[in-house]
Design a protein around this ligand. Sequence first.
Ligand code: VG1
Ligand code: CO
Length: 544
Amino acid sequence: MPISTINTSPFEGQKPGTSGLRKKVSVFKQSHYLENFIQSTFNALGDCEDKTLVVGGDGRYYNQTAIQIILKMAAANGFSHVWVGQNGILSTPAASCVIRKYKAFGGLILSASHNPAGIDGDFGIKFNTSNGGPAPESITSKIYEHSAEITEYKISNAADIALHKLGQQTLGSMTVEVIDPVSDYAQLMQSIFDFPKIKTFITTSDFSMRFDAMHAVTGPYAIEILENLLGAPKGTVINGIPLPDFGNGHPDPNLTYAEELVTELFSDNAPDFGAASDGDGDRNMILGKQFFVTPSDSLAILAANAQLVPAYKNGITGIARSMPTSQAADRVAEKLGVECFETPTGWKFFGNLLDANRVTLCGEESFGTGSNHIREKDGLWAVLFWLNILAVKQQSVAELVNQHWLTFGRNYYTRHDYEGVPTEQAEALIEHLQLQLPTLPQQQLGKRIVSYADNFSYHDPIDDSIAEKQGIRIGFEGGDRIIFRLSGTGTEGATLRVYIESYQDDPEQLNTDTQFALADLIQLADELAKITELTGRTAPTVIT
Ligand code: VG1
Ligand code: CO
């Protein structure tokens, strides 16, 4: 089958961010744009001859078109085998699972996660390495370098693959295996959790639950696992059909965007348990009856109860959390006598620690939790983890969380996002903070004394790589913190994220409203960063 070599020239800004390259669909649809990025990725990887690739995405608009192009470019670049999800579907955790299971060289995951989809929405691509995890910065920066000097790409002239047809097809000399996107993942989940116990809990007690797939990729996974395998009543999964525009929604599982689920869980007839996932299935939100579990607490609670789950019954080796994630997990690690790591934002920084077996569980405040079973965060895995714990302990979500706080104290935690801030304003704000850093330590601010103020830099203990400028940290005596950073996943302007945390172990003070408990720190954050003055914003766009 003939292969064409097409002349091209570089596009600016093909720089992968926190989680791959994310741009508006209209940007990706420019002639050669996608091809340039794919070829730059292959060039950065070097020899692709006879290698195996996994390809799949979250089903958003442009997914299948992009996959057909990628398959033809993979064939032209020498790959011998590609595993692709039926109809182009693979959730991010399922892609990680498939890469590991079939020992692929790597995978291309097509997603912009929770960013809105559709013709006017966003698209994204990231490369995951053979361990199933997002490529580390050493690779993403190479991709970027290649993208800045690309002159040609290679593409096969073969016909499109029938992505709906399960089984083997050929594209030139490359074999394409169209696989069921759910089955390998569902098998893996059954090897981790006590399915019979969860099934009994769901089907024979009066426990009730709801899962909101938000018209994104987790629908088929949740229906198979929760309804078909675990016996939850039909209809437990809502918005379960993945749509190319996510039903015009914003599949970001938080109190603002998962409105339908939140309304139900806070109603008088609320079910006992509620959960939602995001566009590509790697995030999760956990709710109880009229109760919200912060992702940071969720990580700590999973860690504290890990031994109740078959896969972790012998204990965990360590915990890693991203820097802005609350320190609740640190207290659990200390009690368990295991290591605890603080990494920059983004799952790519957990891979080395997981590969070296230094940690078993990882988590981020942004509704992401995961473990060594794959190398991505995993929404449904977290849901099953919670269900497994609840089934063993026969407790409600609120009881479990309250008990945890009584034992470990509570890290009150909130994140305030200011979306769509003009980039220059956002950069000026960070610069203004940066300039203050040397003067802050030992200063008394309100009732607190600053113990450190820096721009977080991470030294990876496994490969000695260093990631700098990962966010402004202001830490106070006693552990309270304010953190500022700019998002690396947006496609319009800048998003300022302000993370605020305060520790409380007075048993009488464990059930205060979060925004109230953190009010003075929120005020202080605004004063330090001059948010209102520099951006004109008087309130955040999203509070989680
Ligand atoms: C955000 C989150 C980060 C997460 C990343 C990808 O990044 O803060 O914790 O890893 O999204 O998640 P940023 O740079 O915008 O803060 V996902 O679900 O998009 O793969
Ligand atoms: Co995601």
